[in-house]
Design a protein around this ligand. Structure first.
Ligand code: TYM
Length: 346
């Protein structure tokens, strides 16, 4: 199947989208899903999609090899369970394409040390043990991410708000490379939906919901027992007063729950505010707990069924890697040529 999108010289039939997710947890969080993966599913129709599991990025902090392998599979299974369709999307594992690490090196050579040090994720992640204890890989993380993106010359990169700074660096590096050498990369645009750009912790609604949350009660893991998830929603922190109203400044807890409710049901904030006018937080949280259970139960069942057939997942990944390679190898060859590397004789 060689269409214009993979043949390089001719313009792509459909603009591309690309995004990645790290295999660093046993389950996606509700933040991963609402902030990113849901958009991946939606964008498949209009765009030519490339979605991958960022296993090389996961290595920037210490991983147990066995656990990493299992989490990589469960990450793939969850993409399929969420509705990413291997017929339409290239689904692959980052390490299956050596082009990522190779272009990552080129990106490192055009990134300033000070520029890399300003990345807030590096500052946050290295804060715990001190900069001296952080790996060089963690420092170089954003340059690998820039390579991930630029290899595919995508129009959009659908991510949550926490990735915005990395995307800005990717754009800066693309522009720098293009002006220093020759126009090679497309400047990617972030695709960050305002409503779900940042899902907050259920117990601390001023912090991002994250795998590294201080209390597990604030974190919704999609593969948890649905009963556990329902309980977490029912015991989510709400604000003073009793009015269900979207007001992120005054009511961060309730507003976060409204965001989740609205995203999962398609009902607007106004509709939900009217529905719960005068009924207090209890009824609202009870209903949202049910909405969550209805969402996570089939998602979890589909994921577990997919995990029972790893050979199928391997086939999906091999197919995805093939589609990805057709694009990535060409871009890398262009980049190598433009910086002046001598091509290997065949
Ligand atoms: P990762 O694995 O941390 O997260 C995957 C996606 O989930 C989004 N996200 C959230 N969105 C809203 N609210 C939240 N609480 C929340 N938590 C996570 C993230 O913004 C992300 O979109 N560096 C990336 C992986 C990556 C990548 C790439 C992404 C590697 N190369 C190239 C795009 C393009 C990361 O660590 O995502």
């Amino acid at each position: 199947m060689s269409d214009s999108a993979t043949s390089g010289a001719a313009p792509a039939a459909r603009p591309r989208v690309l995004s990645g997710i790290q295999p660093t947890a046993d389950s996606y969080t509700l933040g991963n899903y609402l902030g990113a993966v849901r958009q991946w599913v939606a964008l498949q129709d209009e765009f030519e999609p490339f979605f991958f599991i960022a296993d090389l990025h996961a290595l920037t902090v210490e991983q147990d090899p066995k656990v990493l392998r299992e989490r990589t599979y469960v990450a793939v299974a969850q993409l399929l369970a969420a509705g990413v369709d291997p017929e339409r999307s290239a689904i692959f594992v980052q390490s299956h394409l050596p082009e990522h690490a190779e272009l990552g090196w080129i990106m490192q050579t055009i990134t300033g040390f000070g520029e890399a040090r300003r990345m807030t994720q590096f500052k946050d992640k290295s804060a715990k043990g001190g900069e001296g204890a952080a790996s060089v890989g963690l420092f170089a993380y954003p340059m690998l991410m820039a390579a991930d993106i630029l290899l595919y010359r995508p129009q959009y990169v659908p991510v949550g708000e926490d990735q915005r700074q990395h995307l800005e660096l990717a754009r800066d590096l693309a522009g720098r490379f293009n002006s220093r050498y020759k126009k090679t990369f497309r400047l990617p645009e972030p695709y960050i939906l305002k409503e779900t750009a940042k899902i907050y912790d259920l117990q601390d609604p001023t912090s991002k919901m994250s795998k590294s949350a201080s209390s597990p009660n604030g974190l919704v893991s999609l593969l948890d027992d649905p009963k556990v998830t329902a309980k977490k929603i029912r015991s989510a922190v709400t604000d003073s007063g009793s009015e269900v109203r979207y007001d992120p400044e005054e009511k961060p807890g309730v507003s976060n729950l409204l965001t989740i409710y609205s995203a999962l049901t398609g009902e607007s904030f106004e509709t939900l505010e009217q529905k719960y006018a005068g009924s207090g937080y209890g009824a609202f949280k009870g209903d949202l707990a049910e909405v969550m259970v209805e969402f996570v139960t089939p998602f979890r069942d589909r994921t577990l069924a997919l995990m029972a057939d790893k050979a199928h997942l391997d086939r999906v990944l091999a197919d995805g890697a093939g589609k990805a390679r057709a694009v990535a190898s060409r871009t890398l060859a262009d980049a190598y040529d433009r910086v002046g590397l001598v091509p290997a004789a065949r």
